[in-house]
Design a binder for this molecule. Structure first.
Ligand SMILES: [Zn+2]
Length: 299
């Protein structure tokens, strides 16, 4: 059974790029008769707000996408993350890191172009355990590895050059993104992860973490980002590109679904439709790989 998921951070409204990812994950699961779930990734501190998450769920429902299981909020899952930290510690895969943001900025080279990542140079790898007030990092296995992408095809990555040893537990007592994602995908039995190209570069790192925690490896698909009509990042304009903002400008949900469906290779022409009408036409081989520019009239 395919189990797909969409896992937004509740830090604002869902813009068209987020909605495109959500729809692709929904279509991919539904076109194979699978289940689809939503998870709220709200571990990453003060920018996450419950009301943003509630609004995101409403917008997804307005398009016809509802979670088949009760929505999990990662801020409720501390016990599970703590247990995973104990497991990894028992396997000797964690080490304490005392680097400050300043230390890392001084040392790091230019950000990785493609993914906007700055690999951690594994400075503290051999630091002895001293106290409990340190952040914790996961020790990656060195070397490149293969993984497959439903949209991009076979991939070959060296996670140490992309992310370096990832932070799993922060000095302020918060669990970090990589840990929460891997633990919850395992807990929820997710078999298929569809997300934006900005996360492609962390995939090999997360696969290593899955292997350490004995979580089965899901299938991955990374989608090109939605850009402004001129090909530039959406940036601040993204805020004006939510479902409600577009609706107020007279662009209906069915029109938005039509545009998204066309951008995912389901239909040849943009026409108002429902997500159910797109299901039978969805195929990864037809999904364009590159970035997608917004229509001039919407931006
Ligand atoms: Zn360090």
């Amino acid at each position: 059974m395919i189990i797909g998921r969409f896992a937004p951070s509740p830090t604002g409204i869902l813009h068209l790029g987020n909605l495109r990812t959500a729809l692709a994950s929904w279509l991919s699961a539904r076109s194979k008769g699978g289940r689809w779930i939503i998870r709220m990734e709200d571990v990453d501190g003060p920018r996450c707000r419950r009301e943003f998450g509630e609004q995101q769920l409403k917008d997804l429902a307005a398009m016809g996408m509802e979670s088949d299981s009760p929505v999990i909020w990662q801020s409720d899952r501390g016990d599970a993350y703590r247990e995973a930290i104990h497991t990894l510690h028992g396997l000797n895969r964690l080490y304490p890191c005392h680097c400050t943001r300043k230390d890392l900025q001084k040392l790091s080279s230019a950000p990785h172009e493609e993914d906007g990542l700055r690999p951690y140079p594994n400075l503290c790898r051999h630091r002895p355990w001293e106290g409990l007030e340190a952040a914790l990092r996961f020790r990656l296995t060195d070397g490149a590895m293969d993984w497959a992408d439903l949209a991009l095809g076979p991939q070959y990555d060296d996670p140490s050059t992309l992310t370096g040893d990832p932070l799993l537990f922060r000095r302020d007592g918060m669990f970090a993104y990589h840990l929460a994602v891997v633990v919850d995908d395992g807990f929820q039995g997710v078999t298929e992860i569809v997300r934006g190209m900005d996360l492609r570069g962390v995939t090999a790192t997360q696969i290593q973490l899955q292997e350490a925690l004995s979580v089965p490896r899901p299938a991955y698909a990374h989608l090109g980002l939605v850009t402004a009509p001129d090909g530039c990042r959406l940036g601040k304009r993204a805020g004006a590109l939510g479902l409600e903002a577009l609706r107020q400008r007279g662009i209906g949900t069915d029109e938005i679904i039509g545009w998204l469906g066309r951008s995912l290779g389901c239909i040849d022409h943009i026409e108002p439709c429902t997500i159910n009408e797109l299901t039978q036409h969805f195929q990864w081989s037809k999904v364009p790989i590159g970035k997608v520019a917004l229509p001039e009239s919407w931006s």
